[in-house]
Design a protein around this ligand. Sequence first.
Ligand code: SF4
Length: 100
Amino acid sequence: MAECERFKACPFFNDQLAYMPQTAHAMKQKYCYGDKTQCARYLVVIEGIAVPGNLFPNQVERAREIICDARNPARKVFSDEKKQHAESRRSHKARGAGAL
Ligand code: SF4
């Protein structure tokens, strides 16, 4: 298979992300030189959506969430509220556990 056509502009491929995982080389082999259609970053960028700097090629589920959120902004608000609620519950539990 040919390498991904995005490689020149891709921060992951060019080791420009703030955090590069130890598995970056293997990911490049699998996605950049292998099957770009399975790459989370590729899936997001071909939708015309800005790719988060911390999105790695193997995070396809997260890429799908990003794409869904971009297509349906109301869903993103709901999703953000759910995350805040979950964080609040975790924080509340942690405070409770600390009191024991
Ligand atoms: S396959 Fe993904 S990580 Fe690799 S160059 Fe293309 S967009 Fe970037």
